[in-house]
Design a protein around this ligand. Structure first.
Ligand code: AHR
Length: 815
């Protein structure tokens, strides 16, 4: 008898535990939850649909609480969470895992804090539940949200528009609210004081999906315009993206100013080697200028000299010419011979005569007679002697645009993206590890040879040859708006004291004057003296990068107020880091996402569908798949990003700008992986994400239109579910419809695409995919993936097609 009882209890416990732990089983537990808020709950009742009471009373406070610093207490027939700070996860769970359909009713009162109340239903585990969030998002909205394996199957946007039509009344202190959440079948309904505020339909628990995704586009229902600045680029000086990347300069450590900071353990003659019988050393005996104090002294016997092999070799092309400029002085008999050579083979040659004791700049054009990706620039003295050299520069004669500064092949990659804006110059590069290494734009303008060379936290020296002025030129050459991200007095490790912030506030005001001010203004005059009297018309200024917390609130307020007062037309962008900025409006806020393909497909693709409206606009300033991705990016990652980008487009009423990150990494210096474009000395190759960026930008449309989607769902590797096909629907200026369909699965997916009250007669498509999830380009296979076009299969006015595995297909439909 005793044994039998024990066995029965164990079986019962095991059954309950299995039901609780198996993510595919319904799970009935409920929870009370507060977020930085002190609140009380009482009169807790759970009823079944037929009115039977499943639970009544208060949960046991000694069990089932989550949140280390939460403090739950029983007070006058209620339970109270009493700690306001540091308790974002103050949760108390109770109920029965076997409940399926039920209604949870509770009275709740806030005593203090930032938000309202959260009620969990259908809890499988703390991080797997559906929750009704009353006064969430800093008491700015109510919402039904999910964590973990739940998904909503609502037709596109219907719930969100229901929510945004409501006048939201924030939760106030010291008032008892009647809260009610019911989960009946797959429908979740949320009420406050008897009024339905939100209803959603969840993905059916059992995934007996249809095999087809059906989409009905309501071409007659325009939702809102697409922001004209939607797709841009984020240019950070990261991984030799400028020097050794888009900046066409081929000489590395060209003014012998690299390695100035001793603790970096580099020498100012780094990247220079001797050839033949010669020595090289750093010299400061007769600087070329006060701000350029180091040069190299070379002592050579006949035939000896020095060489520089640029950024992992110099890419030299037969027939191309190269502009050399070099400052020399010394005592040599006869000329200094200059050559481009590789493994003893001379690709181009020239000579410089008349070397005297005084510094003189010599210019020479070298024309190559052979091709080599791994060449060196060599200076030799045929008759021996001592010479000093500085300010050595070698540019290909063929560059992009008027400025002559940028590498043609790389600029063409950028131009193909048709970016609306360029965010520059970082990223972490703006912050620096310390304030001494932070980006300060005033040190990057003016005489090229007198600019600060600067240690870059991505592991190299930056010459600032492309400084603030040249970044503005880059934007101009791409026809893109400038979005400057300025240091706000915060580095990774240090913060400028508030009483020393004047300089940083002034920098912010002056960068705007430099870009936009009249030539009669102080900084407008400097811009004109630097060769650009016309204003650059900069529109956006971002205050800081990935800065947050109280220190950011304080510094943002200072710069924000000064810029607002003097330049009300400038669009200010704030950071979200840990939490959004407080104390001043966010205006446009910069959000960053570096996640897995699964996150982008499941959570990311619908992230903005339920975002609060009306308070701020969003700039997704950095995003990319950085986990579970190949060395050079790969197809599945690119497709995850495409699913996410569909979500950005569907929510263009709030998402105004977006940029993949980072843009470039020299293929031989990849501290950050992956990147969009990989410069090599003899060309470049791209991550498949580049094709996705290009296709979205080429097909950006003018208006977002409504559609209903009846989805097939798939399970992602992270245990979430996502729609097998992510979609967006736009109308272009010429009236044609642009439908983007992203197949997130590794199998073909059936799509049934129709237009409400119309038949499709003319449609074309372009698609991008590749041979498998890990497909990518690489240094040795640079063109492995490409876009395709072809006819569309239309059947009785409806597009019926099988989308290739892991693909983006863009349909253009003319009605
Ligand atoms: O894009 C790479 C880095 O990621 C950026 O420097 C920074 O802003 C983010 O952390």
């Amino acid at each position: 008898m005793h044994k039998l009882l024990k066995k029965t209890i164990i079986t019962l416990l095991l059954t309950l535990c299995t039901a609780y732990l198996n993510a595919d089983e319904p799970c009935g537990r409920v929870a009370l939850h507060t977020w930085n808020t002190v609140a009380e709950f009482k009169d807790i009742v759970v009823t079944s649909p037929d009115g039977k009471i499943l639970w009544q009373g208060l949960p046991n406070l000694s069990r089932s609480t989550i949140g280390n610093e939460a403090k739950w207490e029983s007070i006058n027939g209620a339970i109270r969470q009493t700690n306001e700070r540091g308790t974002t996860g103050a949760t108390i769970t109770f109920g029965d895992p076997s409940w399926r359909d039920y209604t949870l009713r509770v009275k709740a009162r806030r005593l203090s804090g930032e938000e309202g109340f959260i009620l969990h239903v259908r809890e499988r585990a703390h991080d797997q539940c559906i929750y009704a969030n009353y006064g969430g998002w800093m008491n700015k909205t109510h919402a039904i949200e999910t964590k973990g394996t739940y998904d909503f199957n609502t037709p596109c946007r219907s719930d969100r528009s229901a929510l945004s039509r409501r006048a939201f009344e924030p939760i106030v202190n010291d008032r008892w609210y009647d809260l009610e959440v019911s989960c009946i079948g797959d429908k979740i309904t949320m009420k406050i004081d008897g009024e339905i505020i939100f209803a959603k339909v969840t993905v059916p628990e059992i995934f007996n999906n249809t095999t087809t995704t059906r989409v009905i586009v309501d071409a007659g229902k325009t939702l809102f315009p697409v922001s004209s600045d939607m797709w841009g680029i984020f240019f950070e000086d990261i991984d030799l993206s400028l020097d050794g990347g888009i900046y066409a300069e081929m000489v590395r450590n060209r003014s012998f100013e690299d390695g100035l900071v001793k603790y970096r353990e580099q020498s100012t003659i780094g990247y220079w080697q001797t050839v033949g019988a010669a020595t090289i050393e750093s010299d400061t005996s007769k600087p070329i200028s006060e701000k350029n104090r180091n040069c190299a002294r070379v002592d050579a016997l006949a035939g000896g000299g020095v060489a520089n092999d640029g950024y992992f070799g110099m890419g030299i092309k037969s027939g191309a010419s190269y502009r050399l400029s070099v400052a020399l002085r010394g005592n040599v008999k006869g000329p200094i011979n200059v050559s481009l050579e590789s493994l003893g083979k001379i690709l181009a040659r020239g000579a410089i005569n008349n070397i005297s004791e005084e510094w003189k700049t010599h210019n020479l054009v070298l024309t190559a007679t052979d091709t080599d990706p791994d060449a060196k620039l060599v200076f030799r003295v045929p008759n021996g002697g001592t010479f000093y050299l500085d300010c050595v520069s070698l540019f290909p004669s063929e560059t992009y645009g008027k400025s002559g500064l940028f590498r043609k092949d790389l600029m063409e990659r950028l131009a193909a993206l048709k970016p609306s804006f360029v965010r520059f110059p970082g990223g972490c590069w703006v912050e620096g590890e310390t304030m001494a290494e932070a980006y300060r734009w005033k040190t990057t303008i003016g005489n090229m040879w007198e600019r600060r060379t600067q240690w870059n936290l991505w592991g190299y020296w930056s010459a600032n040859g492309v400084g603030y002025h040249e970044y503005l030129l880059l934007c101009e050459e791409l026809g893109a708006k400038a979005l400057f991200c300025i240091n706000c007095g915060m580095s990774h490790r240090e913060v400028v004291p508030l009483d020393k912030m004047d300089e940083y506030i002034q920098d912010a005001l002056d960068c705007i004057e430099y870009a936009n001010g009249p030539v009669t203004s102080k900084w407008g005059a400097v811009r004109a003296a630097n060769g650009h009297p016309e204003p650059f018309n900069m529109e956006y200024l971002e205050i800081g990068n990935e800065n947050g917390g109280k220190a950011y609130d304080e510094r943002y307020a200072l710069i924000h107020d000064a810029v607002r007062a003097k330049y009300p037309e400038i669009k200010i962008i704030s950071n979200v880091w840990g939490r959004p900025v407080r104390g001043r409006p966010q205006h446009i806020r910069d959000e960053h996402y570096y996640m897995s393909p699964d996150w982008f497909m499941s959570v990311g693709s619908r992230l903005y569908d339920d975002y609060p409206r009306g308070e701020f606009e969003v700039f997704v300033g950095e995003y990319a798949v950085t986990r579970d991705v190949g060395r050079w990016g790969d197809l599945r990652a690119a497709i995850g990003e495409a699913a996410f980008m569909c979500g950005l487009e569907r929510n263009a009423d709030i998402v105004k700008l977006a940029a993949y990150a980072p843009l470039f990494a020299n293929a031989k210096h990849t501290a950050w992986r992956p990147n969009l474009i990989y410069p090599m000395t003899d060309g470049n190759f791209v991550n498949p994400s580049w094709n996705i960026q290009k296709l979205f930008s080429e097909n950006r449309g003018k208006e977002v239109i409504d559609f209903k989607q009846y989805s097939r769902y798939i399970k992602t590797k992270n245990g979430n579910y996502c729609r097998a096909i992510a979609l967006s629907a736009l109308r272009d200026a010429d009236g044609s419809l642009i439908i983007k369909a992203v197949n997130c699965s590794e199998e073909p997916q059936e799509l049934d695409l129709s237009i409400k009250d119309a038949k499709i007669t003319r449609a074309s498509k372009i698609w991008f995919t590749g041979p498998g999830a890990r497909a990518s380009n690489s240094p040795i296979a640079r063109e492995s993936l490409s876009e395709s076009t072809g006819p569309v299969s239309v059947n009785n006015g409806v597009i019926k097609e099988a989308l290739p595995p892991l693909s983006l297909t863009i349909y253009r439909i003319t009605l």
